[in-house]
Ligand binder design. Structure first.
Ligand code: HPA
Ligand code: MG
Length: 226
C-alpha cells in the first residue's frame, strides 16, 4: 500500500484540533496538563462500535482476542463488549476467548526489533490452529508489533491480525500497518483513553495531547515512558 492510501480506512485526525478544551469535562487534576483535545471520548466509542462490526463479520470460529497491556485494556474492553452483541460471518454469535500480554521491545539494531512477551511457551503453543486478534492501543514506530506478529507466526496460528486504535503518522514508522485501525493521528505524544505518560493519564477519557506543564510534572526520574 502507498503511504497515502494506507490511512484511508482510519479517521484522519489533523494537527489542529477543531475542539476547545473549555467545551469538555477534563478532570480538575489534569487541567494544566492537557494541551489540545484531539478526539472526544464519544467519538472513540463510536469508532470502536464500527470496528467491532467489521471485525466480527470477518470471523466464523471461536476467536482469541489478545489484549496488549496496559495501554490496550480500555480499547479491548469496549471492543469486546460490542463484538459480543454482533453477528459473525454466518450471522451467528461469535465465541470470544480473552488473553492478555505484556510486551517489551528491545532492539539489536536500528531496523530490527525483538520482543519479550509475558506468555509462557506452553501458552504460546496452545494458540496453534487458532484465530488470534491482537488488540493494541497505538502503533508508533511499528517495531514492537512487527516483532510480536513475527514471533506469534512461529506458533502455527490459523490467523493473526492486529487491531490498533491509533496509528501515528511518524517518519520513524517502519511501515507496519495493522489490519484494523481506528484513527490516524499526528506525530505528537497523546494521552487519555488508557494511553499514558509515565503511567499517568490513563484515567482521562478524551484523547489529548500533553502540555509542557504535564510533561514536566510527570517526568520520570528513573524510567522511560511506556
Ligand atoms: N502516547 C502514549 N503511549 C505511546 C505513544 C503516545 O503518543 N506512542 C507510543 N506509545
Ligand atoms: Mg501499546
Amino acid at each position: 500500500m502507498s503511504s497515502e492510501n494506507k490511512y484511508q480506512d482510519a479517521i484522519f485526525v489533523g494537527e489542529e484540533s477543531p475542539y476547545e478544551l473549555k467545551h469538555f469535562v477534563i478532570p480538575d487534576h489534569y487541567t494544566d496538563d492537557v494541551d489540545k483535545l484531539l478526539i472526544p471520548h464519544g467519538v472513540v466509542i463510536d469508532r470502536i462500535e464500527k470496528l467491532a462490526r467489521e471485525i466480527t463479520r470477518n470471523y466464523s470460529d471461536r476467536l482469541v482476542v489478545c489484549c496488549v497491556l496496559k495501554g490496550g485494556h480500555q480499547f479491548f474492553a469496549d471492543l469486546v463488549s460490542c463484538m459480543k452483541k454482533l453477528p459473525n460471518r454466518e450471522g451467528k454469535s461469535l465465541p470470544i476467548d480473552h488473553d492478555f500480554i505484556r510486551v517489551k521491545s528491545y532492539e539489536n539494531t536500528a531496523s530490527t526489533g525483538n520482543v519479550q512477551i509475558s506468555m509462557t511457551e506452553e501458552e504460546l503453543c496452545n494458540l496453534e490452529g487458532r484465530d488470534v486478534l491482537i488488540v493494541e492501543d497505538i502503533i508508533d514506530t511499528g517495531r514492537t508489533m512487527e516483532a510480536l506478529v513475527a514471533l506469534l507466526k512461529k506458533y502455527k496460528l490459523r490467523s493473526v491480525k492486529v487491531a490498533s486504535l491509533f496509528v501515528k503518522r511518524t517518519p520513524l514508522s517502519n511501515g507496519f500497518y495493522p489490519d484494523y485501525v481506528g484513527f490516524s493521528i499526528p506525530d505528537t505524544f497523546v494521552i487519555g483513553y488508557c494511553l499514558d505518560y509515565n503511567d499517568v493519564f490513563r484515567d482521562l477519557d478524551h484523547v489529548c495531547s500533553i502540555s509542557s506543564v504535564g510533561i514536566k510534572k510527570y517526568m520520570s526520574k528513573n524510567k522511560t515512558p511506556s
